[in-house]
Design a protein around this ligand. Structure first.
Ligand SMILES: [Zn+2]
Length: 405
């Protein structure tokens, strides 16, 4: 515990010194919106601007957002894409498959250490892994700009986390929290059991920042049993105050300090439910789009995708090879072979040669295509005949739901 604390003090000192060197007036201005005892800036997408409040349709519900610079802003630092308003966001939808968040950093971005430190923090506390993007479609792009802001959950395509020079490592940890699917802690639907919102003290036009995500029509779901005032996603007592009086207090009326040092223990508990650490059995099943499972046929026949339930022949071990390739080993101890695409695939090889190597190409969520070393894809043949590895493109028969990865 002590080590944990020391690490955060260290991170904080790094970010504070950078803040003093490089902060801009807009970040300083936002400090007076919160408890002066708090040592972080409140995340806002456009600290100097108050946008027009408009109604948009989000997840089929009318939601009030602030429209600033052609962006829709919810709760100060959450961006909503108008064109994406029917896509899943939040704690239920918008997950990153396989616990992997791909990312890129704008070249020339100032103080990149706050990003790499924030990522290192997330990786040290959770099962999420952050991988530099090569050509992946869905990724987080850290860029310089106004305020600190992010979208909630994986929205598809390139999604930005914007960090002004004054945004610290702690602010970056918070914005990554949004990108992996977290709302603000004070937006929990059960928050009234723990805190009071004092609407009379909130800046005019900012009241919408204090709605629960249920009131906003979002698909929130709680992953911890109670509200955690120590969450890195929690606003402080004086967030968006117009008169120096608190906007959020505990139920008993007392104020509190929020923190931006790191994930709280409760944050970690909730994230572990959203992104469970791998059970590391390495055993998977493959289901074709015909809803049937791939069978090894125990190595005695060409493989089929026509099983309605999972027995021992429908389980495969993923063996990781160099170059990002994998081999699939069945319960007979033999490996799946592509047969180089010239005949139906089998599971009867005792060693891994070139034909026994496959690349898993992520199509969406836990759906994958399997590419042999001949550059062709494995087809389920819709379960009607033995499977082959001779398709040049991935249609629905070439897509498999892989469970257990
Ligand atoms: Zn936020």
């Amino acid at each position: 515990m002590k080590k944990y604390f020391t690490l955060f003090v260290g991170l904080f000192l790094i970010s504070t010194s950078v803040f003093i060197i490089s902060c801009e007036s807009q970040e300083l201005e936002s400090i007076d919106q919160q408890n002066p005892l708090e040592d972080f800036i409140l995340e806002q997408a456009y600290p100097e601007e108050t946008g027009e409040l408009i109604q948009i349709l989000l997840e089929g519900e009318e939601v009030e957002v602030e429209s600033v610079n052609k962006h829709y802003i919810l709760e100060g630092d959450i961006k909503v894409l108008a064109s994406e308003t029917d896509k899943g966001v939040g704690r239920v939808g918008g997950r990153w498959p396989n616990n992997i968040v791909y990312y890129a950093i704008q070249s020339g971005m100032p103080n990149q250490a706050r990003i790499t430190n924030a990522i290192a923090h997330w990786e040290s506390k959770t099962a999420l892994r952050f991988v530099k993007r090569t050509n992946e479609t869905n990724y987080v792009y850290f860029r310089n700009g106004s305020g600190c802001s992010s979208y909630v959950g994986r929205i598809g395509g390139r999604q930005e986390i914007t960090l002004a020079n004054g945004c610290s490592t702690g602010n970056t940890i918070h914005e990554i929290g949004h990108a992996i699917g977290l709302w603000h802690e004070q937006s929990r639907k059960d928050r009234d059991q723990y805190i009071q919102i004092l609407f009379e003290n909130i800046q005019d036009g900012r009241e919408f920042n204090f709605r629960t995500y249920t009131e906003q029509g979002q698909d929130g779901n709680e992953y911890t049993s109670s509200l955690d005032i120590g969450s890195i996603m929690m606003y402080g007592s004086y967030a968006f105050s117009k008169n120096g009086q608190p906007t959020i207090t505990r139920r008993n009326g007392s104020t509190y300090n929020a923190q931006r040092n790191g994930l709280s223990n409760s944050d970690v508990d909730g994230i572990n439910k959203m992104y469970p650490p791998s059970t590391a059995t390495g055993i998977i099943t493959l289901k074709g789009n015909n809803n049937q499972y791939v069978s090894s046929e125990n190595g005695s026949n060409p493989m089929n995708c026509n099983r309605t339930s999972i027995g021992s022949w429908e389980k495969f071990e993923v063996v990781t090879l160099s170059g990002g390739k994998v081999a699939l080993k069945a319960n007979n101890g033999k490996y799946v072979s592509s047969e180089n695409g010239t005949k139906p695939i089998t599971c009867n090889r005792s060693q891994v040669g070139a034909w026994e190597q496959f690349t898993l190409e992520n199509v969406n969520e836990n759906i994958y295509a399997l590419k042999g070393n001949n550059g062709k894809y494995i087809s389920s043949e819709n379960g009607t005949k033995p499977m082959t590895c001779n398709r040049t493109a991935t249609g629905s028969w070439e897509q498999f739901v892989i469970s257990g990865l």
